[in-house]
Design a protein around this ligand. Structure first.
Ligand SMILES: [Zn+2]
Length: 77
């Protein structure tokens, strides 16, 4: 899924938790969820987007935020 975020809006980058996905599907590096501090995967292809993101969060955390409608534009990779 491609991001529809604009430069004006903060980007939230979502990654799978390492604990949920011990072996990533694509070459990835470990980052840390800004909300729960769990280790998450960022695919190498997603690194550029992740570096521009305001926050990196894991899937469970963003699910909670979406329910609360508190999240900004979401980037999946
Ligand atoms: Zn998290």
């Amino acid at each position: 899924m491609k991001s529809r975020a604009t430069d004006e809006e903060p980007i939230v980058f979502v990654g799978m938790r390492v604990s949920d996905l011990p072996v990533p599907h694509v070459p990835s590096v470990e980052r840390t969820c800004a909300t729960c501090s769990e280790a998450i995967w960022v695919g190498r292809d997603g690194l550029r987007m992740a570096s521009k993101a305001e926050r990196l969060v894991c899937v469970p955390c963003i699910s909670i935020e979406l329910e609360l409608e508190a999240a900004g534009p979401i980037v999946y990779h």
